[in-house]
Write a protein that binds this ligand. Structure first.
Ligand code: CAO
Length: 413
């Protein structure tokens, strides 16, 4: 069966997390992704946070599946010759270097566009034009500057970064969507174009409801927030739901000694109120004027979730989930990373996948988060450093005999 992006060649200049996750999605969709890496060490994540000595780290392997690796010294003349030829024969080039790196290498957008007017040149930076333009960025810097950290955590505690890598992997998804849109437009115009995203822009997009609430503040306190007092900015609101239906995390019966994740998140939709109160054995609250309508409940949400917790604490999170789900109450157990990696259902869904690696043996990775009925994903291992150098040079660049040795001797590959 064909793949959605079959025939699309991607020159992957990305490193660390944000860029590689984007190009991994392109590869999952069938694009031929050629990862360009510095000879010797390659992507810095190959050797970061290693769990096993001398083999590519999980940090690297889980972000670079389904790609081919070509080592190329971009600071050598020969390396640049090869790179230019690659650009001529490719559809997309993606990079997430620090500000100005591509220009310093001699590959500005103008030059890339001149080399191949059909190529799509996608860049991810920390920040867009303006005061922060020249600053480098990592995940939590993006969360700090895009509105996520100031709105995450509890009112009386410090700003908190989420465990979900919304700045890196989250923005990889934004960039993936933008590249696909540019590829589609090219089918109509025949032209490539420049695609740019900043990590902060992506976080801001994900903080849309907080910017909504910032504007609502002008008209009074945010009634659905658990906070008692409001200043002139959106406060941290713990586990309150960001949507129109109130929700909260409540404790359950621990099944392990520590019970750190013995919690369930419960949302109270107006039409499940009655069934929920019957279920937890508090039918007298159904018609109580302090609780009977969604508006009446808003100032009492903490009391209501305390009452619900009196019920959940006597059940494990899965028992509570089953019972609440049986009456259509939206809820979800708080699952640990251990819960997730051991979840047989996630494996059956193709979301946790085991992959064979020649140096580290079997490792588990996260599969493609979406499915296309005409483009099945086969998750493959990440490449070893320079594993496909010879193959790519011979196949794509028609190099002559002896050329590979010359490039290698010059330190270019
Ligand atoms: N051959 C030769 N040199 C190469 C090369 C190759 N194949 N690939 C990269 N390099 C060089 C670049 O030319 C550059 O050198 P100069 O600084 O001399 O121009 C250098 O390696 C990379 O520079 P950098 O600024 O990208 O790297 P850094 O480690 O100092 O910073 C990071 C890393 C992530 C902070 C920065 O790349 C960045 O801000 N990127 C944009 C935002 C981003 O993606 N952050 C997410 C990271 S995931 O948490």
């Amino acid at each position: 069966m064909s793949k959605a992006l079959e025939g699309v060649r991607v020159v992957d200049m990305t490193h660390v997390q944000a860029g590689p996750v984007c190009t991994q999605l392109l590869a999952y969709m069938g694009a031929d992704v050629i990862k360009i890496e510095r000879p010797g060490g390659g992507d810095v994540t190959r050797s970061q946070l290693r769990d096993l000595p001398d083999v590519d780290s999980l940090y690297f392997t889980m972000l670079n599946g389904n790609k081919r690796s070509l080592t190329l010294n971009m600071k050598s003349e020969e390396g640049q010759e090869v790179f230019t030829k690659l650009l001529e024969r490719s559809d997309v080039v993606v990079e997430n270097f620090g500000p100005g790196v591509m220009d310093r290498l001699g590959y500005s957008w103008e030059r890339i566009h001149e080399i191949n007017p059909q190529i799509i040149y996608a860049s991810l930076k920390g920040f867009g034009p303006g005061a922060l333009e020249k600053a480098k960025a990592y995940e939590n810097i993006a969360q700090a500057t895009g509105g996520a950290m100031s709105t995450t955590g509890f009112e009386d505690g410090p700003p908190v970064a989420t465990g979900a890598q919304i700045g890196d992997s989250g923005n990889a998804v934004h960039l993936f969507g933008a590249i696909c849109a540019a590829l589609y437009q090219r089918t109509q115009t025949g032209r490539g174009q420049r695609v740019q995203i900043s990590m902060r822009a992506g976080i801001l997009n994900l903080c849309r409801v907080k910017i909504r609430d910032q504007q609502r503040l002008k008209h009074g306190p945010l009634a659905e927030y658990p906070n008692k007092e409001f200043g002139d900015f959106v406060p941290r609101s713990g586990n309150a739901s960001g949507g129109g239906q109130p929700g909260w995390a409540v404790r359950c019966k621990p099944t392990t000694e520590k019970g750190a994740n013995a919690w369930i998140y419960v949302v109270i939709q107006p039409h499940v109120w009655e069934a929920l109160m019957h279920k937890i054995g508090r039918p007298e609250l159904i018609e109580n004027p302090d609780y009977a309508t969604p508006e009446a409940r808003l100032p009492h949400l903490q009391d209501i979730f305390d009452v619900i917790e009196e019920w959940t604490i006597k059940r494990t999170k899965w028992e509570a989930f089953e019972e609440l789900n049986s009456i259509n109450v939206p809820c979800g157990p708080v699952l640990s990373t251990k819960d997730l990696i051991e979840d047989e259902g996630l494996r059956a869904e193709g979301l946790i996948v085991d992959v064979e690696h020649p140096e580290r043996g079997t490792y588990s990775t996260v599969g493609c988060p979406f499915t296309l009925s005409d483009s099945p994903v086969e998750v493959k291992r990440s490449p070893l450093l320079g594993e496909h150098s010879a193959e790519i040079l011979e196949e794509l660049l028609d190099i002559q005999e002896g050329e590979l040795e010359r490039l290698s001797a010059a330190g270019a590959v």
